[in-house]
Design a protein around this ligand. Structure first.
Ligand SMILES: Nc1ncnc2c1ncn2[C@@H]1O[C@H](COP(=O)(O)OP(=O)(O)OP(=O)(O)O)[C@@H](O)[C@H]1O
Ligand SMILES: [Mg+2]
Length: 289
C-alpha cells in the first residue's frame, strides 16, 4: 500500500536528522507485524500528525515491539519510562545535582526522559501508564495537549517541545495493580487496540522468526495457537494463554527439547488456574501425537 504523504513527509524530515552516538543507541529495532492491515498505517498517520498514541493490549501482544518499530521507521531515538507506584516527578523530568566545574561546586540539572525527548525531538515511550499513581501524571497534561510545553518545576525553565517530539504509551487494561486511566489523561491520546496476532500474519512472523524450524513444528504451534484462541473465547482459558510472546518462546524451546515440555514451561506454567494448565497441555497433546 502506498504511504500517505503526511507520513512520507514526517519520515523524510525525521530520518534526515543526525543523532549523537549516545542517542543513536536509543533507535529501536523494527519487526512488528500488524494483526490487521490498516493498523500500522493509522498509527503512523497519527504520529506524523503529532498525536499521542495509546496502545492497549494484553501482555505479549507486541506493544513494545510496535513502539520500537515506529522508532526504527522514523530513525528516531526513543526514551522509555516504566511506570510504577514509585514513579515520581524526578523520574519523569530529572533532578538537580552538584557538580565540580573548574574547581567550583555548581548546581546542574540532570534531564529526565520527558525533558530530553521534548528538547531533542525524540520519542517518549510510557510503558504501563496505568500503573503510575493518579497524582503523578497530571504533570504531563500540558506536554500532552496542543500546548506541547512544560514549565520545569525544578529550574523554572519553560520548554516548548521540538516538532518531532512523539509520545507513545502502552497499557494492559484490567491487569492487577493498574488503576483506570484518569479521563483527562486518556482524552489526550488516540487509542488503538493491539490484539494478539493470528492467521496469516502470525504465519508470516513464524516463517521469519524460525527459518530453521521443521514445518511440522510450525504447523503444530500455529494450530495450537488457534485452539488456545478458541478456548479463550469460550472463557475456558485466560487471555494470556494466547500470548504471542509465550507462543514464540515455546516454539523456540521446542526446537531443542520435547515440545510438550516447552509448552509446559512457556505457556502452561504461567497460568494461575490448574484446570487451565491442564487444558493447555491436553490441547497440545492432540497435536503432538
Ligand atoms: N505483532 C507482532 N509482531 C512482531 N512481533 C511480535 C508481535 N506480537 C508479539 N511479538 C513478539 O512477542 C514478544 C513480546 O512482544 P512485546 O514485548 O512487544 O509485547 P508487549 O505487548 O509489550 O507485552 P507487555 O505488556 O508484557 O510489555 C516480542 O519478542 C515480540 O517481538
Ligand atoms: Mg511491553
Amino acid at each position: 500500500m502506498k504511504m500517505h504523504t503526511v507520513v512520507e513527509k514526517a519520515q523524510l524530515q525525521r530520518k534526515d536528522r543526525n543523532h549523537s552516538v549516545e542517542d543513536a543507541v536509543l533507535i529501536g529495532h523494527g519487526g512488528y507485524v500488524a494483526p490487521i492491515p490498516f493498523l500500522w498505517d493509522d498509527i503512523l498517520i497519527s504520529t506524523s500528525l503529532q498525536k499521542n498514541v495509546l496502545l492497549k493490549g494484553p501482555s505479549g501482544s507486541g506493544k513494545t515491539k510496535l513502539a520500537e518499530s515506529i522508532s526504527e521507521f522514523y530513525h528516531q531515538p526513543m526514551h522509555s519510562i516504566n511506570c510504577s507506584v514509585d514513579l515520581d516527578a524526578e523520574a519523569l523530568l530529572g533532578f538537580k545535582t552538584l557538580v565540580q566545574e573548574n574547581g567550583q561546586t555548581v548546581i546542574d540539572f540532570v534531564e529526565g526522559p520527558v525533558i530530553q525527548a521534548m528538547r531533542k525531538g525524540h520519542i517518549l515511550y510510557i510503558d504501563e501508564i496505568n500503573m503510575a499513581k493518579p497524582e503523578t501524571l497530571p504533570i504531563l497534561h500540558s506536554v500532552l495537549d496542543h500546548r506541547r510545553m512544560l514549565t520545569n518545576p525544578y529550574t523554572g525553565e519553560v520548554l516548548q517541545a521540538h516538532e518531532d517530539f512523539t509520545v507513545i504509551a502502552a497499557i494492559n487494561e484490567g491487569y492487577i495493580g493498574t488503576s483506570p486511566l484518569n479521563e483527562a489523561l486518556k482524552n489526550r491520546f488516540i487509542s488503538f487496540s493491539i490484539p494478539y496476532l493470528k492467521g496469516d500474519p502470525l504465519r508470516d512472523l513464524f516463517v521469519r522468526e524460525f527459518p530453521e524450524a521443521s514445518s511440522p513444528l510450525i504447523h503444530t504451534m500455529l494450530n495450537l495457537s488457534e485452539d488456545y484462541f478458541i478456548q479463550v473465547q469460550n472463557g475456558l482459558l485466560s487471555e494470556e494463554a494466547a500470548s504471542i510472546r509465550s507462543l514464540l518462546d515455546a516454539t523456540e524451546l521446542a526446537q531443542y527439547i520435547d515440545p510438550l515440555r516447552a509448552i509446559q514451561y512457556a505457556i502452561a506454567e504461567k497460568l494461575e488456574d490448574d484446570s487451565e494448565k491442564e487444558l493447555v497441555i491436553e490441547l497440545a497433546k492432540t497435536w503432538l501425537k
